[in-house]
Design a protein around this ligand. Structure first.
Ligand code: GEK
Length: 240
């Protein structure tokens, strides 16, 4: 486990928009675990589905890999897969490579420091995009899901996790308050929660559950399923 996240503690407020910089990379493991309900379960699901859907001599992609938690789940689940972990934050990918140092020369994992919109994806049986779409411009999201769809071989799977909002604003408010309590119970102060919320304004842009389901269908996926629902966080599986 890396360092404890105290980026938004009193006196540390930069007032700048959130970015995946060195400071965030150092505390990221603690940050995501204390902020995203169901995060560890999503990793277990990735392990289980990778075992089930990985097809021999194909690629597995971990898009927006951060420190490689989803890559580790694919490696645990699938039998001798080739995982390609991609992130456009140099701080994240450097820290990720440090963590996988012993496997760096193996044929099982490769790292790419690049923007996913520029990435070439091909011959995939498993694609994981865990809490990443929310950081892309709304106008790029269809293009990315189409690209993923075309990279998958028949029977391949896309596992997608996201924070969502609801069409009913009362529901959005109710769940928002419960999520706030979740973070407070995990040790974040009111000031830290408010500081992070402000810095994510305009950086993390959520959509509804239906937006994600409809986009996948419009991009060609025929079988879609919500497999995890924790407060305002969802995991979906889409099969080609
Ligand atoms: C996990 N999946 O632990 N291209 C590549 N990477 C990007 C892009 C982009 N255009 N935009 C954002 N990222 C991980 C957690 S975190 C989720 C993913 C969170 C990367 C960004 O640099 C960061 O590392 C990651 O997406 C999002 O299962 O912080 O809530």
């Amino acid at each position: 486990m890396g360092k404890q996240d105290n980026i938004y503690e009193a006196g540390n407020l930069s007032g700048l928009p959130f970015t995946f910089n060195q400071e965030v990379a150092e505390v990221f493991e603690d940050m995501i675990d204390r902020s995203v309900p169901g995060y560890k379960t999503s990793l277990n699901i990735i392990r289980y589905l990778s075992k089930k859907y990985y097809q021999i001599n194909t690629n597995c992609y971990d898009i927006g890999c951060s420190l490689g938690a989803s890559s580790a789940s694919i490696l645990d689940g699938a039998s001798s897969p080739k995982v390609i972990a991609i992130d456009n934050s140099e701080a994240m990918i450097d820290e990720c490579m440090r963590r996988f140092k012993s496997q760096i020369d193996s044929k099982f994992i490769q790292f790419r420091s690049e923007d996913i919109m520029q990435s070439k994806l091909e011959n995939a049986s498993v694609v994981v995009i865990n809490y990443v779409i929310q950081f892309l411009d709304l106008g790029q999201r269809d293009e990315l899901i189409k690209k993923i769809y075309h990279s998958l071989i028949p029977g391949g799977i896309l596992i997608l996790s996201e924070k969502v909002h609801f069409t009913n604003r009362f529901e959005t408010n109710r769940i928002y308050k419960t999520h706030h309590s979740f973070k407070a119970l995990n040790g974040y102060s009111e000031m830290e929660i408010a500081g992070k919320r402000d810095s994510l304004e305009g950086v993390l842009i959520t959509e509804t559950e239906n937006d994600h389901l409809e986009r996948a269908i419009n991009c060609g996926f025929t079988r879609s399923e919500k497999i995890l629902s924790n407060l305002n966080f969802r995991t979906f599986k889409f099969i080609k």
